[in-house]
Write a protein that binds this ligand. Structure first.
Ligand code: PLP
Length: 395
């Protein structure tokens, strides 16, 4: 059975060119990039090239890039660094819809005694910038606000938010793990101090990421060890993956137009087909300020997990907006923050496309899913009850 992979916000396939570029650095060129000898030196040169490639996709300078092991490490490093370099300030600002890499760290910091503001979002997943501006105080050390949401694809106005923070002398970090390679980013045009990105979201392998640190920003390392990354992140570099990340960034920059035309059209085609053919479903999140590859759709009165299992029988991979925690199905914190009603939130599915998806795949999913939803609803007592309410105009 052919796999139809529509779960690219979870992870992406490694691009064939990327795999080819990294393999020699696992086999033949295994030198340490810090070594004095020529054998290591040639590896060091490739790491420098990768740093330039990563810098280029976000309009940064190579020395502003610190290689890390993942997006989570970049997020943790940025936030902990801001707090360590501002010991007199005890307040941090994030949003209610951050990825756990920020959300759970923020909760931990609150336990450690920091004051935490988690900004709410509206029913479309959007932020209120005035409310955000009011949350900034002289005691605020850092704002951490995601560029684009991993579940809904909703894009936050991080550049404006960074300016508001800067005017008050507050550091600004953005988790751009889902944004880099999908929308244009130019760090020369904003005053964001730190930005996180991750390789496996843009067709490089898992286990490599980067932190952008604006020149002149005070920094406290998270991993303390050797002199690697100019003393900003100890540990021998993951050379093959760093080289892969560099090339993946180059390729993503070249494919940015495809992402925003071809991929977006396929996403819209899928979304419109499902909205047309399936009664009582809706898109979660702002449909305009959104990543071109992401669609989060709720199918009322069906369990997301049940839909995923049925899709899996056809080789279709997607994600659901609920996670099984302590035996009960809890809708995701993102959908809850948006106030998506329970009957909708439970049946939410995230489709996330990539440049490798084809129109045939999208047509197949559009033809298959309506029947799956109909079958599942036929088994659901809630559907009958909901339908009756709807017929009486109460649903
Ligand atoms: N931030 C966002 C928005 C993400 O979507 C993810 C991964 O899903 C991460 C951070 C974590 O990245 P990594 O898996 O590289 O640690």
């Amino acid at each position: 059975m052919k796999t139809i992979y529509l779960d690219n916000n979870a992870t992406t396939r490694v691009a064939p060119e990327v795999l080819e570029a990294m393999l020699p650095y696992l086999q033949d060129y295994y030198g340490n990039p810090s070594s004095m000898h020529t054998f290591g030196g040639q590896v060091g040169r490739r790491v420098r090239q990768a740093r330039e490639q990563v810098a280029k996709i976000i309009g940064a300078q190579p020395e502003e890039i610190i290689f890390t092991s993942c997006g989570t490490e970049s997020d943790n490093t940025a936030i902990r660094s801001a707090l360590a370099t501002n010991p007199g300030k005890r307040h941090l600002v994030t949003t209610r819809v951050e990825h756990p890499a920020v959300h759970s760290l923020a909760a931990r910091l609150a336990q450690e005694g920091y004051r935490l503001t988690e900004l709410p979002v509206d029913s479309e997943g959007r932020l209120n910038l005035e409310q955000y501006a009011r949350s900034l105080t002289p005691d605020t050390a850092i704002v951490s606000m995601m560029w684009a949401n991993n579940e809904t694809g909703v894009i936050f106005p991080v550049e404006e938010a960074a300016t508001l923070a800067h005017n008050r002398g507050i550091l600004f970090h953005t988790d751009a793990v889902q944004a880099v390679g999908k929308i244009p980013i130019d760090m020369r045009a904003n005053c964001i101090d730190m930005l996180s990105l991750s390789g496996h979201k843009l067709h490089a392998p898992k286990g490599v990421g980067a932190l952008y640190l604006r020149k002149g920003t005070r920094f406290s390392p998270f991993l303390i060890g050797g002199h690697q990354e100019k003393g900003r992140r100890g540990g021998t570099e993951n050379v093959p993956s760093i080289i892969a990340l560099g090339l993946a960034c180059d390729l993503a920059a070249q494919k940015l137009t495809t992402e925003n035309t071809v991929v977006k059209e396929l996403r819209d085609k899928l979304e419109n087909a499902l909205l047309d053919r399936v009664p009582r479903c809706r898109v979660n999140g702002d449909r305009v300020q959104r990543l071109p590859n992401t669609s989060n759709i709720s199918f009322e009165f069906v369990e997301g997990e049940a839909i995923l299992l049925r899709l899996d029988e056809y080789g279709i991979c997607a994600s659901s907006g609920s996670a099984c925690t302590s035996g009960s199905l809890q809708p995701s914190h993102v959908l809850r923050a948006m106030g998506v009603p329970f009957t909708m939130a439970h049946g939410s599915i995230r489709f996330s496309l990539s440049i490798y998806n084809t129109e045939e795949e999208i047509d197949f999913v559009s033809d298959t899913l309506p029947g799956i939803i109909e079958d599942l609803r036929a088994l659901s007592p809630y559907w009958e009850a909901g339908d009756a309410l709807c017929a009486r105009g109460e649903g």
